[in-house]
Every structure is written in structure tokens, then in C-alpha cells.
Design a protein around this ligand. Structure first.
Ligand code: ZN
Length: 301
């Protein structure tokens, strides 16, 4: 059962409603996340959560890649945050305040706490990723319990090298990549591929691109057979273990540092731009392509 209640995501249930499939649906921007998409995604996740028939939720993306990250440049994005007819959420939750206070509150609600909410969803979630998963694309993927990738998927967080930022708002990197790998990837802007992600334990399955949807669904069907109580408590046992290891507090501390990093750039720039400027604060990276982190070269060719 599909429905078109949303504009930037799709929501359907299959197998008599036991599996919900949410797809990011802004392929022309490579699923760049703007406010409308994130608000709709939240509604879709909560809809799957409240539906007692749903056991497993799949999150995928239409088009050439899962998600290129936050939308930082489209006309649509600027219109809905600063235009004459702003998105309803752009004038609440700090949106009518100014400076770092405004940014901190808006990012708290629409980048950080929503991601944490999806991570804690009372359903088993599977991220179905392909193409590229960049920066804030990682947040969406990491919020899910399991990750299935298409062959050739590339993962990267380039905000350190390109935006002069210490990572995205939901800083799960050390928990996913490991501590040293996180430092390496963030300090170089290099990427890893699906095979490396599999070796790290971040990705559970790698399927051919043209089989990704069907095989992720098969995987979801297998998991949907587990009694819901057991499935949730498995999820929660792992999540609470991580929370007791410091996951929850670390993410909050790193969110605060992220906002400090934004505040730094706001003070540095006369126009209050909250990230590093291209060619001024960071080298101009336009025209360069993402490089894989290689074991025996300083920088891949
Ligand atoms: Zn930010």
C-alpha cells in the first residue's frame, strides 16, 4: 500500500503491513536534506512507530544515491528558511531568535534530537543505502539498527575539510568507524567503500545494485519473524549498552562542540556565515573528487 501524503519522502507498507518502507524522494538533489524532507521523514518514522502492525522499517533513497547530506545550497532550502513564506518550523524552536542561539536551537530540534528519536524508534529499522552516503546522510543511516549497502557504495564525512566543521550534528562517527579511523577520515576527508564498511562491522550485507531493494526486503522479512518483544529488547539491550558506555552523553557533548564550531565561523565572518569559506578558510575543493582512504598512499590519485 503506497501513499502520496508526502512530497519529499514516500511511505508504503508491504507484507500485510508488517514492513514499512520509507524512501527519501528528492532524487534531483541526490536526496539533499532540507527542512521539508526532514519534517516529513520524522512524520513517516512516527507513523511506522505508532502502527502496531509494522515490525520492521526500511529507509532507502530514490535516485543515484542514498543522501548527499544536508541541503546547504538549493534555492528551495533558502526559501523555506529565510524566504517570505518560510516553512512553519523555521519560525519556532529558536527560528525567530538570532545568532548562535538560533542555529543551536534549530539544529538541536531538526538535526540532532530527531535523529536520536529515530535511533530510539520502537521498531527495528534497516537502512538500505546505495551510491553515496555523505555527511548528514551518515546520520540517517546510523540512526537505523542495521545497514545494508549496494556494491560500490561510498561513505564519507567531508565537513572537516570542506566546511571547517568538526563533524555532523549527530556525532556517532567513533562508535561506527572506531576512534582512530574517525580521526583519519575527518582530518583527510577521505572515504571508505562498502567492503571496508563491512569489515568495520558497520554494514551487514552488500548486494548488487539492481537487487538491493528486493534483497533488503527479504532481509526485513527474516527479521520480521522474530517476536516483536524479543526484537525490541535485543535492540534496546544494545542501545542501552552503548548509552551506558557513554553514547548518549558523548553525542550531547559533541553537539555542543559542533555549535561552538559554528559560532567560531560566525564571529570570524562579517556576513556571519556559520561554516568555513571556500578558498578563504579552506582550500577550494570544487572539481576535486572524493578519494578512498588507502593503506599505502598518503592520498589516493
Ligand atoms: Zn550544524
Amino acid at each position: 500500500m503506497a501513499d502520496s501524503e508526502y512530497r519529499y519522502v514516500t511511505y508504503e507498507t508491504v507484507d500485510d503491513g508488517t514492513i514499512a518502507r520509507i524512501m527519501l524522494n528528492r532524487p534531483e538533489t541526490r536526496n539533499a536534506q532540507h527542512r521539508s524532507m526532514l519534517v516529513e521523514l520524522n512524520e513517516a518514522f512516527l507513523r511506522a512507530e505508532e502502527d502496531d502492525t509494522v515490525r520492521v522499517v526500511i529507509l532507502g533513497g530514490e535516485g543515484p544515491m542514498f543522501s548527499s547530506g544536508h541541503d546547504t545550497g538549493s534555492k528551495e532550502m533558502w526559501e523555506e528558511l529565510r524566504g517570505d513564506n518560510p516553512h512553519p518550523t523555521a519560525t519556532i524552536n529558536g527560528g525567530s531568535r538570532s545568532g548562535p542561539e538560533s542555529l543551536m536551537l534549530q539544529e538541536w530540534h531538526y538535526f540532532f534530537q530527531n535523529t536520536l528519536r529515530w535511533r530510539n524508534l520502537r521498531k527495528i529499522t534497516i537502512a538500505q543505502v546505495h551510491g553515496g552516503v555523505y555527511a548528514a546522510g551518515l546520520m540517517l543511516m546510523w540512526a537505523c539498527d542495521l545497514i545494508v549497502a549496494a556494491e560500490g557504495t561510498i561513505f564519507a564525512d567531508v565537513v572537516g575539510t570542506r566546511l571547517g566543521m568538526c563533524g555532523v550534528e549527530y556525532f556517532a562517527h567513533p562508535w561506527e568507524f572506531g576512534a582512530r579511523k574517525t580521526k583519519e577520515l575527518m582530518l583527510t576527508g577521505d572515504s571508505i567503500d562498502a567492503e571496508e564498511a563491512y569489515r568495520l562491522g558497520m554494514v551487514s550485507k552488500i548486494f548488487p545494485v539492481d537487487e538491493l531493494g528486493d534483497r533488503t526486503l527479504e532481509f526485513a522479512r527474516r527479521i520480521a519473524k522474530i517476536p516483536t518483544m524479543a526484537a525490541l529488547l535485543v535492540k534496546e539491550s544494545v542501545n542501552q549498552t552503548q548509552d551506558n558506555q557513554g553514547f548518549y552523553n558523548s553525542l550531547h557533548a559533541c553537539f555542543t562542540m559542533h555549535e561552538l564550531n559554528h559560532a567560531h565561523w560566525m564571529v570570524e565572518h562579517d556576513d556571519k556565515m556559520a561554516v568555513a569559506k571556500l578558498g578563504e578558510d579552506v582550500p577550494d575543493w570544487r572539481g576535486t573528487k572524493l578519494k578512498l582512504a588507502e593503506r599505502d598512499t598518503v592520498e589516493a590519485v
